[in-house]
Design a protein around this ligand. Structure first.
Ligand SMILES: Cc1ncc(COP(=O)(O)OP(=O)(O)O)c(N)n1
Ligand SMILES: Cc1ncsc1CCOP(=O)(O)O
Ligand SMILES: [Mg+2]
Length: 212
């Protein structure tokens, strides 16, 4: 079972430093899984995207961190990635589940209804968000607050949940307390001058909660 507690997501467009170095530091800081999300303004495509993906995958393999690809089914297959994450408007989840039977499959949800439907599928986890406001994803929906995770748990959704969107050191705990199994985050680490310290602080914020 994949450890979702500290789920770092990143593409080169999110980084203020070198992406490979950013991920290296994030891993040292204690992230538990990684999603390669190369999309949006300034992102790489084609061969350059694949080359970067391979370097990041290699780092993950060396450190035993699951390497999940966002959206790009063809790339995930080509690299034999550990898993794929898709949203409601991406490749149909039924197709993804069929093509990635032995892999980790994550699905984004925003509403209680979407989470209930996802709960009936063979997905490994669901992403719930955006929880808070975010500048990282321009087309993100209206933030729901951690209450959305509580609502989803109240209707007996039992799948592992990761919260996403605007999560940082001071609000990670309330996301976990709402019923999440982990937090996913981009800018708090990718836009930090010190990714190692940022990842370490996120790990501590989540672990503190887990001890209670
Ligand atoms: C863990 C996790 N949760 C949610 C998302 C968002 O996916 P999606 O809605 O498809 O948006 P994009 O990330 O593709 O822009 C995610 N990537 N990861
Ligand atoms: C990919 C994604 N999906 C919902 S919000 C979001 C962006 C999260 O980025 P950040 O952690 O920087 O707010
Ligand atoms: Mg998507």
């Amino acid at each position: 079972m994949i450890d979702l507690r500290n789920y770092f997501i990143m593409g080169s467009q999110d980084c203020i430093g070198d992406p490979v170095e950013t991920l290296r530091q994030a891993i040292q800081g204690g992230i538990t899984c990684f999603q390669f999300r190369e999309k949006g303004e300034g992102s790489r495509s084609g061969k350059r995207k694949e080359e970067l993906a391979r370097k990041l995958q290699q780092l993950c393999q060396e450190e035993d961190i699951p390497f999940i690809v966002n959206d790009d089914v063809a790339l995930a297959k080509k690299l034999d990635a550990d898993g794929i994450h898709v949203g409601q408007d991406d490749t149909a989840i039924e197709t993804v589940l069929h093509d990635f039977r032995q892999k980790v499959v994550g699905l984004s949800t925003h509403t209680v209804e979407e989470a209930l439907l996802a709960n009936e599928l063979n997905v490994d986890y669901i992403g719930v968000g955006p929880i808070y406001g975010t500048k990282t994803k321009p087309d993100a929906k209206t933030p729901s607050g951690p209450e959305r995770i509580k609502e989803i748990r109240k209707v007996n959704v039992t799948k592992p949940i990761v919260g996403i969107g605007g999560i940082h050191i001071d609000n990670a705990r309330e996301v976990m307390e709402a019923g999440a199994d982990g937090v996913s985050y981009i800018s708090i680490v990718s836009r930090s001058e010190t990714p190692y310290e940022a990842a370490r602080a996120m790990r501590q914020a989540v672990e503190e909660e887990v001890r209670y």
